[in-house]
Write a protein that binds this ligand. Structure first.
Ligand SMILES: NC(=O)c1ccc[n+]([C@@H]2O[C@H](COP(=O)([O-])OP(=O)(O)OC[C@H]3O[C@@H](n4cnc5c(N)ncnc54)[C@H](OP(=O)(O)O)[C@@H]3O)[C@@H](O)[C@H]2O)c1
Length: 333
């Protein structure tokens, strides 16, 4: 086989335009020495898919989006050590390479792991990108562990990342987890994930004070724009924020009086810069698969679209663009 089916963006068009994502035929990717060639069975759609599509402009070559994937290894590069043809895998990919919205994808083995045996490909595809983001936030940026105490406020707890972060914090750290949720559906979902208490981001300061009168030690933020003054109010002195969004022109000065630390987390940093510890992402996904198979981490899939085509992916992007999705939207074969 020399060509494959894929879904690509050719320009930044509104999601209602049938040209926003189109079905194309492309050459099968060439493998680098440590690459796996994966037959993609299911992908989830993340806000990054929508952000990249919206910021592309006219493309000379079709641009294949998509990062989360669950699939089967069909070929391996000459220096691959950890995988063989037929392995069932999952991964969140690399922002700088062609994505998972394709029949076949080349991906570096260091950011791949065997996927959970207890989940379908669609249920698995919901998890990798958000799990890596949540894991790196909790353990690399906040440096939490089972012996940690105090409060962690998780804004956007019903969103893709928050839905995993709440579960991992409850399973693998000692902190009290306050889940931020607005809609009734979000509140019920976040309670079901095990949050110890709920707060409403529409009235953040008052609702945090109701459950943590002295403030919180840590705040996870997927929604920072316009919120820094409220963060300064609800955090204790020497508190910490981990933020994962892209708030343009952010002013952090309100955090200075309390000496509050601000950490950025970007799940793509390791693969984008080929950091020496990039294989850590494969290891984390392996641990996450074991947690899933042990019944300690559950899939966050809420919407499954059985149409792995441009139409199915446009519908997934449309849902994400509402900004109201709970859990994850997956597109599968
Ligand atoms: N840095 C990274 O590596 C990384 C990785 C993944 C995602 N991200 C970024 O993180 C952000 C969130 O992504 P996600 O996939 O977790 O979210 P998502 O699934 O898109 O989250 C949707 C949920 O967020 C809640 N929400 C919406 N606006 C909010 C606000 N202003 N304040 C608090 N909650 C709000 C809504 O629930 P309720 O209003 O009902 O509570 C909504 O249902 C995006 O900007 C994404 O690009 C970054």
């Amino acid at each position: 086989m020399t060509t494959m089916r894929a879904v690509a963006a050719l320009d930044s068009l509104p999601v209602t335009d049938p040209g926003a994502l189109v079905d194309v035929e492309l050459p099968v990717p060439e493998l680098r020495p440590r690459d796996l060639l994966v037959e993609v069975l299911a992908v989830s759609v993340n806000p990054v898919d929508v952000k990249v599509r919206s910021g592309l402009g006219p493309q000379e070559q079709p641009r294949v989006l998509g990062w989360d994937a669950a699939g089967t290894v069909r070929a391996v590069g000459p220096e691959v050590e950890g995988f063989a043809v037929g392995d069932e895998v999952w991964y969140a990919g690399d922002l700088t390479r062609a994505g998972s919205n394709a029949e076949l994808q080349a991906v570096d083995e260091r950011i791949v792991a065997p996927r959970p045996t207890s989940l379908s490909p669609a249920e698995a595809a919901a998890l990798p990108l958000t799990t890596l983001t949540a894991w790196e936030s909790l353990f690399d940026r906040f440096r939490l562990g089972l012996g940690s105490t105090g409060d962690l406020l998780v804004l956007g707890a019903a969103g893709g990342v928050g839905s995993v972060l709440v579960q991992l914090a409850k399973q693998l750290t000692g902190v009290r987890v306050l889940g931020g949720a607005g809609k009734r559906e979000s509140r019920e979902w976040v309670q079901g994930l095990g949050a110890d208490a709920l707060v409403d981001h529409h009235d953040l300061v008052a609702s945090v004070r109701a459950v943590a009168p002295d403030g919180v030690e840590r705040l996870f933020s997927p929604h920072s724009a316009g919120n820094v003054e409220a963060f300064a109010e609800v955090l204790k002195p020497f508190g910490e924020v981990v933020a994962i969004d892209d708030p343009v022109g952010l002013d952090l000065l309100p955090l200075k009086a309390k000496s509050i630390a601000w950490h950025w987390e970007l799940m793509f940093t390791r693969a984008m810069f080929g950091t020496p510890d990039m294989a850590e992402q494969g290891r984390v996904l392996g641990e996450a698969a074991a947690l899933v198979d042990a019944g300690r981490l559950r899939t966050t899939l809420t919407t499954a679209i059985d149409d792995f085509s441009a139409a199915g992916l446009r519908e997934a992007h449309r849902l994400l663009e509402t900004g109201r999705t709970v859990g994850k939207v997956v597109v599968h074969r």
